[in-house]
Design a protein around this ligand. Structure first.
Ligand SMILES: Nc1ncnc2c1ncn2[C@@H]1O[C@H](COP(=O)(O)OP(=O)(O)O)[C@@H](O)[C@H]1O
Ligand SMILES: [Mg+2]
Length: 319
């Protein structure tokens, strides 16, 4: 199978606010398409609120899409029991907060074993070996750690336990939603290295979700940049991050690069242009903040091919 996951024209809108007059529709995910090649890491990047976690929840069918298709390992995921079982055993999720995602009253052994029991994977007598193998895979010593509780571990160790739990069922795809953003900077690289190692060893594909482009570059092969529910740029990771063509990608890169005077100037320009808009869903969603905006940006730009394996949704496009 060339592609492990393919998402086509996915949409999810939320209605916010209690009273009819204050109701506001948020287009959290608005017609997005992408696919992930087997054995690769696909990055979905964007600021907080851009719709990243909503995409993850749609893939795992913990929420229903408005419209659009999710094809996982050649099977269209719908609400029938067999496709739900497939996605929930063969696709696992790692969350931002390793503490919130595990039950604090369970021992590490039981935390890692639980998905094997739930999905009836392996004979019960074999499950101990599967748990120990998963713990060794994430570089934890099973003898030492299996009978401990989560509060006895460091943040980095807890995230390793969460990863062991996610690989125990031998998934084909792991969705990692900001897996290092709550961790100490000093332990982040170790977790990112582990992700790469697990990919090499087991051929696992990853959907890596982040607001942080520097960690994205460390693990990713392909990236899509999300802005208010729309993909604005997509391509091979080094092409997109080293030569951004969408003004929003460029702004994100500038915000992490060396503070040289030229970048400060650009940042200021973007801040001056903070949203003054009433309707962000008319035309290009970034135009109110964009230093390059022109009249035409009141129309909606399509995500169009622009160079090798690259697509950009912008009328201006930076060179
Ligand atoms: N259950 C929900 N009800 C209403 N609005 C939601 C819900 N979930 C997410 N949203 C809104 O959808 C948008 C995208 O949210 P989210 O996918 O969590 O973004 P991200 O993960 O990129 O920070 C935000 O505006 C958020 O407030
Ligand atoms: Mg999120």
């Amino acid at each position: 199978m060339e592609e492990i996951l393919s998402v086509k024209n996915l949409k999810k809108y939320f209605v916010k606010g209690g009273f009819a007059r204050q109701k506001e529709t948020v287009r959290a995910v608005d017609d997005i398409s992408f696919s992930i090649k087997s054995g690769q890491t696909f990055v979905l990047a964007g600021e907080s609120g851009s719709g990243k976690t909503t995409v993850a929840r749609l893939i795992l069918r913990s929420i229903e899409p408005e419209s659009g298709d999710i094809i996982f390992d050649g099977i269209k995921i719908t609400n029938d029991a067999s496709s739900l079982k497939k996605i929930r055993t063969e696709c696992q999720m790692i969350h931002q907060d390793p503490y919130a995602s595990v039950d604090p009253r369970m021992k590490i052994f039981d935390i890692v074993r639980e998905p094997l029991d739930i999905h009836a994977i392996g004979k019960p007598s074999e499950r101990k070996d599967l748990v120990f193998a998963a713990l060794r895979d994430v570089k934890l010593d099973p003898e030492e750690i299996a009978s401990k509780y989560p509060h006895m571990l460091s943040g980095g160790q807890r995230q390793r336990v969460a990863i062991a739990r996610s690989i125990a069922t031998k998934p084909k795809l792991i969705i990692a939603d900001e897996p290092v953003s709550m961790l100490d900077v000093s332990v982040r690289v170790g977790i990112l290295e582990l992700i790469k190692e697990l990919q090499n060893k087991h051929g696992i594909s990853f959907l890596y979700i982040t607001h942080d482009l520097s960690t994205a570059r460390y693990v990713g092969h392909v990236i899509s940049i999300l802005y208010l529910g729309k993909i604005v740029e997509t391509g091979l990771i080094n092409d997109v991050l080293l030569h951004p063509r969408h003004p929003y990608t460029q702004a994100l890169m500038d915000s992490i690069s060396e503070p040289n005077p030229a970048n400060l100037q650009k940042e200021k320009k973007i801040r001056i242009n903070e949203p003054i808009e009433t309707d962000v869903y008319q035309g290009c969603r970034f135009r109110a903040r964009c230093p390059y905006a022109i009249e035409k940006c009141k129309q909606e730009p399509e995500l169009e091919p622009s160079g090798d394996k690259r697509s950009v949704a912008c009328f201006v496009k930076i060179d």
